[in-house]
Every structure is written in structure tokens, then in C-alpha cells.
Design a binder for this molecule. Sequence first.
Ligand code: G3P
Length: 238
Amino acid sequence: MEYFLDTADINKIKKINEIFPIAGVTTNPSIIAKEKRDFKLIINDIYDIIGKDKILHAQVAGNTADIIIKEVNRLRDLFGENFYTKIPVTPEGIKAMKTLSKDGHKITATGILSSQQIIMAAEAGAEYMAPYINRSDDIGESGIEIVKDAYRILTINKKSEEECLKKYKRIFEPKILGASFKNVRQVHETMLAGAKSVTVSPDVFERFIYHPYTDWSMDKFNSDWEEIYGNKNLLDLL
Ligand code: G3P
């Protein structure tokens, strides 16, 4: 399972990266624009916190295949091998993915609201496909059903390593990267539906392990212990 953090807020990335086993960070144009800073500085600041061995996803701004391809090449030169470019599942985006994946580029397909968009992007060579779960639920569709159907079709049509290498010049497993969550339940159901990765905003992230009864249990352990041993810990007693 891979947990990504969906933000460009440096303080929040610092805090969550220190505690949780995150695989990396995802951003989108709205998330970047919120920071009101230079794009390159934001990306470098995020890398300074998470390290270059973790994955960073950022989105292209161009709307034509031609511009997208140029942007992706520039991004790979600047930020290196562990950088994944998010490309929208528009006709121009799919066209760009098809060309870029033949050259071994690492692609995350984004803006996904249907199972067929997932399948098409995977076929065009995207490694991650990011369905927007809450945005689907918001208009009465089911983000979870989109993931379930796409996962089933991807599993039936799994490519061999040789096929993958021949088509995309590298070996990888296509992964559903659940995105756009408003609560932990949506994330949990997305994982059960077959997503190997999820990207979650800091506020939802911090609720993953929250449970009032866990807090109550810890308070009880602490008060029972203190009654007998005061404020000593095991280092004082062993
Ligand atoms: O990663 C996609 C995500 O940022 C969209 O989330 O909450 O704006 O629907 P949201």
C-alpha cells in the first residue's frame, strides 16, 4: 500500500512526513497556486523534506499534446527519475501519454471520473491512474464502483514484464491512485476496491489512526502506571 500526501504546504508535509510512512507527495495546479510562490522553489522545498528517494507528482499546465510533451521532458531534466508528471485524461493528454510512455517517462493520469478513463490511460502507458472519488460521489456517481470495475479489467488484462518493457521501455505495475477524499471511510473502501495507492489531504490524513477509545485506553494505562511507579519509564526500571 502507498500513502501519498496531497498538498504543497511545506509545514504540513514536514509534520506528516516525520510521523507517517508516506510514499511521497502529490500536487495539482490548484494546490500549487494556493502557495503563491515560484513553482520550482515549491518542488525543491518538497524534495528537501521528503528526499529524492520518495515520489513527487506534479501536473502539467499545457493543454496540447505538443506543449505537454515539452513540459514533461523539461520536468524530467530538472527533477530526475523519481518525478511523476500528472497528465489529464483529455484527448490531448492521452495523445501525449502515448508518445511519452514509449520513451520511458513516468506518468500519472489525472482528472479521472470513469473506469474507461483509467483503462485508456493505462493502455497509453500511465503508471498511476488517479480517480477523483469524492468528486464522483458529489454528483451521485460512485467513486468506489469506478475503482472496482477498473481494477477488475486491469487485472484481467495484466501485461507481462516483457510486454511492458517492450511497450514502455521499463517494467512497472499500473496502479490505481485513489484521490479526492473527504473522509477516511472513502479511503478505506477505495483500498478494498483494489487501489494500491491513495493520496490524501493533511486533514483526512491525520484522522487515519484517530480513535477516541485508543486515547481513552492510553490515559487509563498512564494513570494506572503512575499510581504505582510515578513518572518512571522502563529505562528507569530496567
Ligand atoms: O489529487 C486530486 C485532488 O487534489 C482533488 O481533490 O479534494 O479538490 O476534490 P479535491
